[in-house]
Design a protein around this ligand. Structure first.
Ligand SMILES: [Ca+2]
Length: 362
């Protein structure tokens, strides 16, 4: 296993879809990971839409997922291809970051050779942008120098690369991380480069909010209310911004408390199921909570009525929610094909109590 220097790490993965397992067709010709950007250009030909794609055979860790397949063969000497793959997240000055991820090349990948000019580069990248979206600091970590394996996707899972820790400079508003393949060109066969399963970990600066209680995974029944809370040891001057699947929430509809320590989600349905987290900010910096999932569970017990009688006879099953007085409501009419015959009451979970009777029909 090849590693960069790993430093102290404080919080959970800040990336959305860091494992690259959720994919969609965007501006590129083929599916790429959602929540991530791809910028590919060739020196002469210009913008290119097939510099990389999501593929199942370069996936690591989670069965059934995808990794990212970089395509140096789309370039040529003199018309080299450069592919930047990245995700942007909010950052605050003084926060320290490390990026880790899995990577591998194939034996003939151009990045293993330095004879061309300009030479190819194969990097993990951590950049910082200011509020105007201008890059104010750029850190590239050379994967080949760090021991990028050359045995293709099969070698990826043994090579988790972790960058040195870098600090967001003054005026940093955004941290941009990912992988870049620069000045790449076609060689012959077995020449690709792969990445998967990124984690961006941060360490907030002194004075930033300190989380003492992380939001917890929550399971409710459909239509119920879910509550997420975060605890902070230094709450003075802290502002809160809750997120759902990485996007900022605001109050309204089913959501309240989006800018407080407690987020309330009412009338939970499938569209509210997902990942919740909160960003806490004060004058000292900002910190992101770990993710808590919201799930719906419906566990119900269904009564089964057993009728013993003559095969071919017809029974109506009635139910009532009380016995004195009883108001019998027909549930089903059944011709016995066996004895006893079992009849499930799938409508029962709405009532706390039900009584049943079977009536032989003449
Ligand atoms: Ca993956």
């Amino acid at each position: 296993m090849a590693v960069f220097l790993a430093m102290g790490i404080a919080t959970a993965n800040e990336l959305i879809n860091g494992k690259l397992d959720t994919i969609a067709v965007g501006p590129q010709n083929y599916p790429t990971p959602t929540g991530w950007m791809v910028e590919a250009t060739k020196v002469i030909s210009g913008t290119h839409y097939d510099g990389c794609s999501s593929e199942p055979w370069c996936n690591v860790l989670d069965i059934g997922g995808y990794g990212l397949f970089f395509k140096p063969f789309q370039g040529s000497i003199g018309d080299e291809i450069t592919v930047h793959f990245y995700q942007d997240n909010p950052a605050s000055p003084g926060t320290k970051y490390t990026l880790s991820g899995y990577a591998a090349g194939e034996a003939n990948y151009c990045g293993f050779f330095t004879t061309n000019s300009p030479p190819p580069q194969t990097l993990f990248v951590i950049q910082f942008l200011d509020a105007g979206n201008s890059v104010i600091a750029s850190n590239g970590f050379d994967l080949v120098a760090a021991g990028l394996p050359s045995s293709g996707p099969g070698s990826m899972q043994s090579f988790l690369f972790t960058t040195p820790q870098v600090t967001a400079p003054p005026n940093a508003a955004v941290v941009r991380v990912g992988a870049s393949m620069i000045n790449a060109y076609s060689t012959s066969g077995a020449q690709s480069f792969f990445v998967d399963a990124f984690e961006l970990l941060s360490e907030a600066p002194p004075g930033a909010p300190v989380i003492t209680n992380q939001p917890k995974h929550t399971t409710v029944s459909a239509g119920a209310t879910a509550v997420f809370t975060v605890g902070v040891s230094n709450p003075a001057g802290v502002s809160y911004q809750w997120q759902f699947n990485g996007a900022n929430l605001s109050d309204g509809g089913k959501i309240s408390g989006a800018n407080t320590a407690t987020l309330t989600v009412t009338d939970v349905s499938a569209s509210e199921v997902g990942r919740y987290r909160v960003r806490l900010t004060n004058a000292g910096g900002s910190v992101l909570s770990s993710e808590a999932t919201l799930a719906i569970v419906g566990i119900n017990f269904y009564p089964v009525i057993s009728i013993t009688g003559k095969i071919g006879d017809t029974y109506r099953v009635d139910y009532s929610t009380a016995l004195e007085p009883a108001t019998w409501i027909p549930l089903s009419t059944n011709v016995l094909t066996s004895s006893p015959q079992l009849i499930l009451d799938a409508t029962s979970p709405g009532d706390n109590t039900r009584f049943y009777r079977a009536v032989l029909l003449q």
